[in-house]
Write a protein that binds this ligand. Structure first.
Ligand code: NAD
Length: 349
């Protein structure tokens, strides 16, 4: 199976590339613009593999996308390239609209043109997997979970741009018949996560004895999924998902942010007792504007239709993740020194 992965130098995309290349049976073309969030170091383990190649390109570049499709002749596309950080979308939404909305449009058009030129067997088997987020559904109250039919109600410029892209992907399926499948996933965590996000930021700040910022009172609830479980779900969805359908992906691991931060501190107290108790570094800071209270995913459809199951619980996954950051300074040190030093993002002036 020949797979184009967009955004393959990012957090989830690199997990997808490592998974596909390692499995065998897949030829992978990773297309990535290498924004601040793209990092080829995350692909070190596969960069020399015969079934992997990289193309530095912007998904908004229609000519480059067409060349990629014509040259590589994929059986499917896994579209992950996006601007992904909610805080950055609050202070600068333009890149989010440009990449997430316009970029998705350009990619859908390149895929459609290519798909229309395929013979009938190949055209029928072709898949375009559009990877999205549970944030498009907005915020939950204390009970209930998102299902695939939950109405869209995005709160942030990021989630609004993803919602727009989801609607484009659905429209290309309904209007043109392009075999699009979609996935909406909860918060991911794990190795190679850019250290602007809650979990890696907390781990690295704690390792450096720096304050651990927690938004508001840390009461917001997220449903955490280990990134390799997400990559596995995406491979199953692109291989066996039904065109025109969407699948929610989640690990059934709801946690309040403050409890996530406390658990990281406990693990570090064991691994780095010199800094204990790390919890004394917690600092409650002004909340993020438009901060959704709670997300929770009902993944029954994915589990019953495709037989997917998350392999990690939050307890096992977070322990692995903290250990990975402790052991892999080579990966995060250049990012902390040269790309992002941990300053607060996303406050409205
Ligand atoms: P990320 O920010 O780590 O990676 C995004 C990648 O896209 C980067 O490598 C970046 O260089 C690339 N990119 C950005 N703009 C591009 C452009 N114009 N052309 C080509 N490449 C471009 O993001 P992530 O966390 O890996 O998320 C991947 C996808 O999964 C996104 O679509 C995101 O919305 C979705 N998602 C993420 C989460 C999560 O918890 N991280 C949860 C659900 C869904």
């Amino acid at each position: 199976m020949r797979v184009i992965v967009t955004g393959g130098a990012g957090f989830i995309g690199s997990a997808v590339c490592r998974d596909l290349v390692g499995h065998g049976g897949f030829e992978v073309l990773n297309i990535d613009k290498l924004t601040y969030a793209g990092n080829l170091a995350s692909l070190k383990s596969v960069e020399g593999a015969a079934n992997y190649r990289f193309m530095k390109a912007d998904i908004r570049d229609a000519e480059a996308m067409w060349e990629a499709f014509e040259g590589f002749r994929p059986d499917c596309v896994m579209h992950l390239a996006a601007e992904s950080h909610v805080d950055r979308s609050i202070t600068g939404a333009r890149e989010f609209i440009d990449t997430n909305v316009t970029g998705t449009f350009v990619l859908l058009e390149a895929a459609r043109r290519y798909w229309m030129g395929l013979g009938s067997d190949k055209a029928e088997a072709f898949r375009f997997l559009h990877v999205s987020t549970d944030e498009v559904y907005g915020s939950l109250g204390e009970t209930g979970r998102f299902v695939e039919t939950t109405p869209y109600d995005p709160s942030s410029p990021y989630s609004a741009s993803k919602a727009a892209a989801d609607h484009l992907a659905s429209a290309w399926q309904r209007t043109y018949g392009l075999p699009v499948v979609m996935s909406n996933c909860s918060n991911n965590y794990g190795p190679f996560h850019f250290p602007e996000k809650l979990i890696p930021l907390t781990i690295l700040n704690a390792l450096h004895g720096k304050a651990l910022p927690v938004y508001g009172q840390g009461e917001n609830v997220r449903d955490w999924l280990y990134v390799e479980d997400h990559a596995d779900a995406l491979v199953q969805i692109v291989s066996r998902g039904r065109p025109g359908e969407k699948y929610n992906v989640g690990g059934g691991n709801e946690r309040r942010n403050i409890d996530v931060v406390r658990r990281i501190c406990e693990i570090l107290d064991d691994l780095r007792p010199d800094g204990a108790p790390h919890e004394q570094l917690v600092e409650f800071v002004d909340d993020r504007p438009g901060h959704d209270a709670r997300y929770a995913i009902d993944a029954t459809k994915l589990e019953s239709e495709l037989g997917w199951r998350a392999g990690e619980t939050f307890e096992t996954g977070i322990e692995k993740t903290v250990r990975w950051y402790v052991d892999n300074e080579w990966w995060w040190r250049p990012l902390r020194e040269q790309v992002y030093r941990g300053e607060r993002l996303g406050l409205v002036a």
